[in-house]
Ligand binder design. Structure first.
Ligand code: IFM
Length: 452
């Protein structure tokens, strides 16, 4: 088995850097009968929405297998586990709290703590309760206020037992892919909707910070955003401009609002009628200080100019992942350094997701996913390079612990460091999981030796 190697004195090997694995509720939990339906249940039931016609009703059956899954996480030697809470498992359609659902997460956090594993919670990873979508979803400003109430319920229950609370995971996806590009639930295709949903999501983030800080004052509070360096397809000035526009629209739209309290100025590239409706004070609410920025990174994107706008050029040069994404580790260093330069100083950064899907196969109870071992090796070294250039990265979470429901791709994409047989629910640690396990155990030994 190949190893993952880091430079000897890398910050990543120090005691203060945290390593973890990540998942999200809808992608692994199952037990749909014990929560409210969400927009992804509805979307999966619509013909043609999901590549393999599947759904998330059972997924990895994590709700019923969580104790074994936690033992598995512990065996990897991680410091932390990042997971999300299903809003509709906690708050019923009539607004009352589902104590059993909330209790699941209380037990999970307790068990993790007993094993010395810190909980990093995400409050919203795309599974909006359908009862809220029925009232307009993220196009309805009221949803932001319901989110803050839900955040309060969770913070009261989990409080300081959680190391960090991320309000949202990748609002780019729950706004752009969901309301603007029609690829994710609820599947709208409308530019104004996308911008308005993004604004309400960011407002929800800002509003939730108040109860989170009140009821979990010792925890860290922040948000998880996804970034992809935007490169021009050619030296043509029109393509260069298109790549810059894509960077502003996809990457800066969220971070600039949060760190600077303003949306990027797109000039005449966007019609004023497509810009979001704002109320006075919204950007102040959105731009409250955060303790950390979660960065999700998978690949870069190449753009060319098309009708005065930008259009992405799908990569063709191998090696590509089964998602069709280019493996481009230097893009992680590039985007981190670029954001640091753009914003002066970034808050603490956690790489909250990084990983790749490959066509894994189980052979004699083993999965030889050498390409994924290489992927982690290259990307961890890219994080090291960013730290060397002054970016305050303090943690790294592999995406994902388990193969799971990959949204519009169904179960066709395997991102796990642990293989899941969806017929038997058997879990098999892949070579990438073993390589990370080895790295994490060796690092622990090294840190303990330094302390002795
Ligand atoms: O599986 C997703 C995750 O839910 C959000 N970030 C990207 C991952 C891979 O597509």
């Amino acid at each position: 088995m190949k190893k993952i190697k880091l430079p000897l004195h890398s910050e990543l090997l120090s005691r203060d850097f945290i390593f973890g694995v990540a998942t999200s509720s809808f992608q692994i939990e199952g037990a749909a009968d014990r929560r409210e339906p969400c927009i992804w249940d509805t979307f999966c039931a619509e013909q043609g929405r999901i590549k393999d016609g599947s759904h998330g009703l059972n997924a990895c059956e994590h709700i019923d297998r969580w104790q074994d899954d936690v033992a598995l996480i512990a065996s990897l030697g991680v410091d932390a586990y990042r997971f999300s809470i299903a809003w509709g498992r906690v708050i019923r359609a009539d607004g009352t709290v589902n104590q059993e659902g909330l209790g699941f997460y209380v037990n999970l956090v307790e068990r993790l703590a007993a094993l010395g594993i810190a909980s990093h919670v995400t409050l919203y990873h795309w599974d909006l309760p359908q009862y809220l979508e029925d009232r307009g979803g993220w196009l309805n400003r009221e949803t932001a206020y319901r989110f803050a109430e839900y955040a309060e319920v969770v913070a009261k229950a989990l409080g300081n037992h959680v190391a960090s609370y991320a309000t949202l995971n990748e609002p780019f996806c729950s706004a752009y892919l969901s309301y603007e590009a029609g690829i994710h639930a609820p599947g709208y295709k409308n530019r104004k909707y996308g911008r308005q949903a993004a604004h309400h999501l960011l407002l929800a983030h800002g509003l939730a910070l108040t109860p989170l800080r009140k009821y979990a004052p010792n925890a860290e509070h922040g948000i998880v955003l996804n970034f992809s360096p935007c490169h021009p397809a050619s030296c043509d000035p029109a393509d260069r401009q298109a790549a810059q526009l894509a960077h502003a629209y996809h990457n800066l739209w969220y971070l600039q609002a949060i760190l600077k309290g303003q949306y990027p100025d797109l000039g005449d590239k966007i019609s004023p009628s497509d810009l979001p409706d704002l109320e006075p004070g919204d950007l102040t609410t959105i731009s409250q200080p955060i303790d950390f920025l979660g960065v999700n990174y998978y690949t870069r994107t190449v753009f060319r100019e098309k009708n005065g706008w930008f259009s992405d050029v799908p990569p063709t040069t191998p090696p590509l992942t089964t998602m069709g994404w280019e493996i481009y580790a230097e893009g992680l260093t590039e985007i981190l350094v670029d954001l640091q330069n753009t914003f002066g100083k970034l808050p603490t950064v956690y790489i909250t997701e990084n990983g790749a899907a490959f066509p894994d196969k189980v052979e004699n109870n083993q999965v030889h996913d050498t390409a994924r071992v290489d992927y982690y090796h290259q990307h961890l070294n890219a994080v090291h390079a960013a730290i060397e250039q002054g970016v305050p990265v303090k943690g790294y979470f592999a995406w994902s612990l388990l193969d799971n429901f990959e949204w519009a791709e169904g179960y066709t994409q395997r991102f796990g460091i642990v293989y899941v047989d969806f017929d038997t629910q058997q879990r098999t640690i892949k070579d990438s999981g073993r390589a990370l396990q080895q790295l994490w155990h060796e690092r622990k030994k090294q840190v303990e030796a330094q302390q002795a």
